[in-house]
Ligand binder design. Structure first.
Ligand code: C2E
Ligand code: MG
Ligand code: MG
Length: 451
């Protein structure tokens, strides 16, 4: 990826400097160094606050994968000619503030300057595939695209490039052949935050946000999900929940963190109950916790301490954590079930769980990943996935919950599809414990469905 020696034999360097405007419409074709310089500049301009929506950009890595036989038959000149044609066709499909560069004879990197939403990046990828089909060797190309959205997938050039590289590998088996980098795909240098995280745990400096869940069947608010937050001093770098959990997981801090989350969440649930709100409480559990035989005792202690009926505690686990360490995890799940707590599979649809495993598990809920929910009104495939997960849940006698509901159309569609509950910015955003107490008395009640 972006290796100088390969591309130097291909004359695709721009004839104009990066800052100059090209007269032909479409993206500018630039050299690798100019491309990387622009990436450095764009990374430096990313907002410090990771959740500031609408600010960011996307890097695509397009791998051409010509069939070997054709490549051998083509003289170098022909191969370079094809690459130039590819660059021009791709650039012609994009915006004039986007950049395109050749990384090797088979790889092209693209900067989508104003794109920071997956749906929009998918549309751009579709346009690129269509452009490639029209090139001289269109029929023998099997292109695949990896995408990394900044700052979600990374905040530095190194992080984004390593993430997009992994995503491009994943794209080889995707349909269509596009894959998005998750944060985990990049090399992140978060270990520098370790001492601060240890201190934060020792001093109870981590806090929880709570996101309400709305029950579509009963037409009432039914629960809250506890989500970890690490408030930072002004000027210091924030760490998103996913990165914080990853750091804690890699350095053996999950036990302390989970205890803190369980107890803090139950304390706030008790506060809320004093206001007359008897809500279910969902808490996320990380993979290492699910294989830890001490977890059920910790949960039992916290339930007893805060007097929360076990049936109101929903423990969310991801698909991948239930397939890891199979027997140990199953043992923990069964003991949690005996306690009377409920188990939910979070982010369902993106992991690697199998029906054989699910059949043996004491589950009560599937949470459809927001990746599918967010685009179900625009993409038929995602709509079908959401519908299938809801049906699957019901066929197993499980509750189906959709997360990431951001608009009225998605809400209405899920209601029509028989989804049991929804969670998302459209209904209520995650809020601090204090705000939750203020929100509860004025929560939307009647007419919520018609908003
Ligand atoms: P999750 O459990 O799937 O939580 C839902 C995530 O989606 C939350 O992100 C929430 O803020 C976000 N979200 C909710 N509604 C919407 C929406 O309509 N649109 C969009 N774009 N996003 C929405 P958050 O708080 O950043 O947490 C990310 C993940 O970090 C969680 O995903 C969970 O896997 C993990 N996590 C958070 N807190 C904990 C914790 O205490 N323990 C563990 N083990 N993991 C946690
Ligand atoms: Mg969750
Ligand atoms: Mg989730």
């Amino acid at each position: 990826m972006l290796e100088p020696q390969v591309t130097d034999s291909v004359s695709v360097e721009p004839s104009t400097p990066l800052s100059a405007r090209s007269t032909s419409p479409g993206a500018r074709i630039v050299g690798r160094s100019a491309f990387e310089a622009e990436l450095v500049h764009r990374c430096a301009a990313l907002p410090v606050e990771p959740d500031a929506s609408g600010i960011g950009f996307t890097v695509l890595l397009l791998r051409l994968r010509r069939s070997d036989r054709r490549v051998k038959l083509l003289a170098t000149e022909g191969a370079d000619g094809l690459l130039r044609e590819v660059l021009q066709r791709v650039a012609g499909m994009l915006h004039d503030d986007d950049l395109v560069t050749a990384c090797s004879r088979d790889e092209v990197a693209i900067l989508l300057s104003k794109v920071c939403q997956e749906g929009v990046a998918r549309l751009a990828s579709d346009r690129i595939f269509r452009a490639l089909a029209r090139t001289t060797l269109g029929a023998s190309l099997r292109p695949q695209i990896g995408a990394a959205i900044a700052p979600i997938a990374g905040r530095s050039v190194d992080q984004l490039l390593s993430a997009v590289d992994v995503a491009c590998d994943v794209a080889a088996t995707a349909h269509p052949r596009v894959a998005f980098a998750s944060f985990e795909m990049a090399d992140h240098d978060d270990d520098a935050h370790l001492p601060a995280l240890q201190r934060a745990l020792d001093t109870n400096a981590l806090v929880l946000a709570f996101q309400p869940q709305y029950d579509l069947v009963r037409g009432t608010w039914s629960g809250i999900e506890a989500l970890i937050r690490w408030p930072h001093a002004p000027g210091s770098a924030p760490l998103s929940p996913v990165r914080l959990i990853d750091l804690a997981e890699r350095h053996g801090l999950m036990d302390g963190l989970t205890r803190l989350v369980l107890n803090t969440a139950m304390r706030h649930a008790a506060d809320l109950e004093r206001q007359g709100a008897q809500l279910d409480l969902a808490v996320n559990l990380s993979p290492s916790m699910m294989a830890d035989g001490a977890l059920p005792d910790r949960v039992a202690q916290a339930l007893a301490k805060w007097q929360l009926p076990p049936g109101r505690l929903v423990l969310e686990v991801t698909e991948n954590s239930i397939i890891r360490d199979g027997e140990a995890t199953l043992g923990v799940m069964r003991r949690l079930d005996e306690l009377g707590t409920r188990l939910s599979i979070d982010d369902f649809g993106t992991g690697h769980s199998s029906f054989a495993r699910m059949r043996d598990m004491p589950l009560s809920e599937l949470k459809v990943d927001r990746l599918f929910v967010a685009s179900m009104t625009g993409r038929r495939e995602d709509l079908q996935i959401v519908r299938s997960v809801i049906d699957l849940a019901h066929n197993f006698d499980l509750r189906a919950v959709a997360e990431g509901v951001e608009d009225a159309a998605t809400f209405a569609m899920l209601l029509g599809m028989g989804c049991d509950a929804v969670q998302g910015y459209y209904c209520a955003k995650p809020m601090s414990a204090e705000d939750l107490l203020l929100w509860w008395p004025v929560r939307p009640r009647t007419g919520f469905d018609a908003r």
